[in-house]
Design a protein around this ligand. Structure first.
Ligand SMILES: [Zn+2]
Length: 130
């Protein structure tokens, strides 16, 4: 018993898609299949100032927290969006994330260097006592 793979999810008609779940023809604009309720595509990403600001803020914070919340970062999702405005937000978020990552690494090195310097100088001071 061989399962038939539905190779063509898109029907020849450009405005119609086949639901991957129930193979019902659905309009391309649909977010959910009206027949079985399967999510056909993710909802458009919000591109208002607040959402953009929150995305950029996360881009700054995430490297500082050691990427603990990276799964919450919407930047990659924005970057892959088909909406050019959302994609631009994603590109900026990536740049901020990279800049913040570089800064975080630099700052960590700076702190480590300072710690080494101070321990070296205290070591020197100790040795100087002899
Ligand atoms: Zn369906």
């Amino acid at each position: 018993m061989e399962q038939i793979q539905n190779e063509q999810e898109k029907s020849p008609n450009q405005n119609l898609l086949l639901c991957p779940m129930c193979h019902q023809k659905v309009l391309q604009e649909y977010y959910f299949c009206p027949n079985c309720g399967k999510e056909l595509r993710s909802k458009p990403l919000p591109t208002d100032a607040l959402s953009q600001g929150a995305t950029y803020a996360l881009s700054i914070i995430i490297p500082l927290t050691g990427f603990i919340f990276i799964s919450k970062w919407p930047g990659a999702k924005y970057f892959k969006s088909s909406d050019p405005k959302a994609r631009r937000t994603g590109a900026i978020a990536w740049i901020i994330l990279l800049a913040s990552t570089i800064f975080t690494i630099w700052f960590a090195y700076y702190l480590a260097d300072k710690a080494i310097q101070s321990s070296l100088s205290s070591l020197n001071a100790d040795l100087g006592g002899f």
